[in-house]
Structure formats: C-alpha cells, structure tokens
Design a protein around this ligand. Structure first.
Ligand SMILES: *Cc1c(COP(=O)(O)O)cnc(C)c1O
Length: 375
C-alpha cells in the first residue's frame, strides 16, 4: 500500500519520545520495584492531581476496575441511574456490584444523560446516579448535583473521556462523589492500560487504595472483598513521560478539530459537535451526526469510508440498552430512550489523533462531502 492509501484509524495512541521512557525504565531497574505503590506510582498520583487540578488521585490498572471499585467504595445497594449511550464498561461496572442499572435518555441534540429526566426515574430503591461525560463533553453537573442532593443520592461520573476538561477554569473531575478516568491506549492520556479514581479527600482515597489491593488493611486484617486493581511501575512511568507532552498533544487535537469544522461547515445533513468557549475541552472525539438531507445513511457512509481506508467508528452503537444482557430491563425499552436510539443510528466518530495530518483530514472530508464520487 502506498502512503496515500494506508488505513487511517479512528485513533492512534500518542507516543512520547522513546528515550524519555527508557530513562524511566532504567530507574525502575535500579530500584527493583515493579509494582505495589512504588515510586513511579506515587509520583504519577501527585503529578496528575496537580496537572488536573483535583484533590486526590488513586491509580488503577484499567478504567473498568476503577469503575467497579468506585461503586464498591460508596457501599451502594439497589438501582443506579445511568445512560444507555456509552461504552459497555459503564453498565457492566454497575452489574459487577450487584446493582441494577436504570437507563435514562440523553438530552435532545446532545450526547449526555438528560439531567431533567433523572428525577422521574428515581424510586425508593435508587441509590446513585452514574452519568458519563460523553466524548469529554461535560454533563449538566449543576442540575445533577441538585437532583442528587434533593433525593440523597451518590453521583459517580464515568469520566473516561474527560481527562483535563475544565468548566470556568475548574476541573470537571471535581464534580460528583467520585469521578473515574480511563488511561486506555485509545484515550487522550494513556498508560497502555490504566485508569484512576479522582477522590475528594485523603480518607476515601485510603479506602480505595485498600480496595484495589484485595481489601488488605494491614498484615493481619483484610477488611473487604477487594480486587487487584493496582497499576504497575512500567505503566506509571509511561504516564509520567506522557504527562510532559499532553498539553501539546491536546492542542494538536484541537487544531485537527478546527480543520474538520472549517472543511465540513455547510455540508447538508452533517451535524457537527457543538463548541462552547466556556468549556476547556480536550478534543477527545469528533462525532458527527449523519441525517436528512445527507444523500446516504450513516451506515452507508461508514462503509464508504471503510472502502477507502478510513476506519471511522460508530461510537456508540449499539446502545447499552440494546445488548442481550440488558435489553429486558424495563428502562431499556426503546420508547423510553427515543433520543439515544436516534443518536446511535446517526453518529459517526471521525479519525482524530495528534499525528493526523492536514492531508489526511482533507482526504476524509473529501469523501464525506461528495460520497457519490467514491466506491
Ligand atoms: C474506555 C472506557 C471505559 C473503560 O476503560 P478501560 O480503561 O478500557 O477499562 C469506561 N467507560 C467509558 C465511557 C470508556 O470510554
């Protein structure tokens, strides 16, 4: 394949200079500490808390274990209100805690849970709300906090997409009782695999640190049925190196998004993600909605792009409420979720990563603007 028709994937991990990583590996070899809250792990927790502007960070080996542990740490029982429009880990984490997911529709024209519909889904069994800052775009955090306070509910944000996002200068990760990040290779900031829980105080962080280490309190006491969620030193070292380059990577993502906006503006039937200057966004994804009067369907456009080496993705389709293990829940009925159902059939995430070139963007946009011209 020539350079011009190599496949372009929806994302590509941002790799920092190898030399900097090797320097860190040499320090690991010298220390002989490979895991269990070693020096790299402690340093990354401190640097992330500072970089993100949050109180405390507890690192994990992946985002899923962090989500499961966040729910466990709050000792919940009953129903958890959540969104059907997310990655499958969101609902799975609820069910791993023997809790029952209750789906609430997304906002009309948006991607996040409709905060105005949460109250109507609350029953005497509701214990928590688990919204997702989908694509890194902040939820209506004020309204969700007001509803949670009125009904005495906990709020756990799945912030897997929201690394570094700020509203009015403050981190969006400070909202909710706990907020959970993913550092998977496909995310804005990665540690190969990894994740973290953002905690408001040292006490809850200490509890979470015990839960992610089998529930061990000390040599003589095991206090809970914890799992093994520890991040190792090599992952943490990669995170430290990555963190030095993350601002430049996010800025570059922003430039790619701007270019998409300029080139796709005015394409009938292609609805661009909104932009709002009060949100400091991380440019995690570039979702477009494909709808009338666009000449072909979302699925046909997806095929057309694939045929031409552009691996766009239908994030998030199918809805979580349509999966075989969740579709029999009463709240999963499509009639309960009209906005999400429509969104999942119209959305397409376009390739977006720091190294995506201007020529790549032009090639992708060329196909979207005149799909009839391509096989
Ligand atoms: C990636 C992702 C997760 C899971 O994170 P992993 O680190 O891959 O386990 C959870 N929720 C959402 C919304 C995600 O996109």
């Amino acid at each position: 394949m020539s350079a011009s028709n190599r496949p372009i994937y929806v994302t590509r991990p941002h790799l920092p200079p190898l030399k900097e990583f090797v320097d860190h590996l040499e320090r690991i070899w010298a220390s002989g500490v490979l895991t269990n809250r070693g020096p790299m792990h402690r340093q990354l927790e401190d640097e992330l808390a500072r970089h993100l502007g949050v109180g405390h960070v507890a690192l994990f080996n992946n985002g899923m274990q962090a989500l499961v542990t966040a729910l466990q740490a709050l000792e919940l029982k009953g129903e958890v209100i959540t969104t059907p429009y997310s990655f499958v880990a969101t609902t799975h984490a609820i069910v791993w805690n023997d809790l029952v997911p209750v789906f609430v529709d997304v906002e009309p024209g948006g991607f996040n849970i409709d905060a105005g519909r949460i109250a109507a889904a609350i029953t005497e069994r509701t214990c928590a709300i688990m919204p997702v800052h989908c694509y890194g775009w902040p939820c209506d955090v004020e309204r969700i906090a007001a509803t949670a306070q009125r009904f005495g509910l906990k709020v756990i944000y799945d912030s897997a997409h929201a690394f570094g996002v700020r509203i009015g200068g403050r981190s969006v990760l400070e909202h909710g009782d706990l907020s959970v990040l993913s550092f998977h290779a496909t995310k804005v900031f990665n540690t190969f695999e990894g994740g973290a829980i953002v905690c408001p105080n040292a006490e809850i962080k200490a509890r979470i640190d015990r839960l992610k280490n089998f529930g061990i309190r000390d040599e003589d006491h095991i206090e809970a049925v914890g799992l093994n969620g520890k991040m190792n030193e090599v992952q943490a070292a990669f995170g430290l190196v990555q963190l030095r380059h993350i601002d430049a990577a996010i800025e570059r993502r922003g430039t790619v998004c701007e270019r998409y906006r300029e080139l796709l503006a005015g394409t009938a039937g292609i609805e661009l993600p909104r932009s709002d200057r009060s949100v400091q966004w991380n440019h995690a994804y570039f979702p477009v909605r494909v709808r009338e009067p666009y000449p072909i369907s979302r699925d046909a456009l997806y095929e057309r792009l694939h045929n031409n080496g552009i691996i766009a993705r239908k994030y998030f389709y199918p809805l979580l409420s349509e999966l075989p293990m969740y579709r029999n829940l009463p709240s999963a009925a499509p009639a309960n979720l009209p906005n999400a159902t429509r969104l999942a059939r119209e959305v397409l995430c376009l390739p977006l990563y720091p190294e995506l070139t201007e020529a790549d963007v032009e090639r992708i946009v060329g196909i979207i603007r005149v799909p009839e011209r391509f096989p």
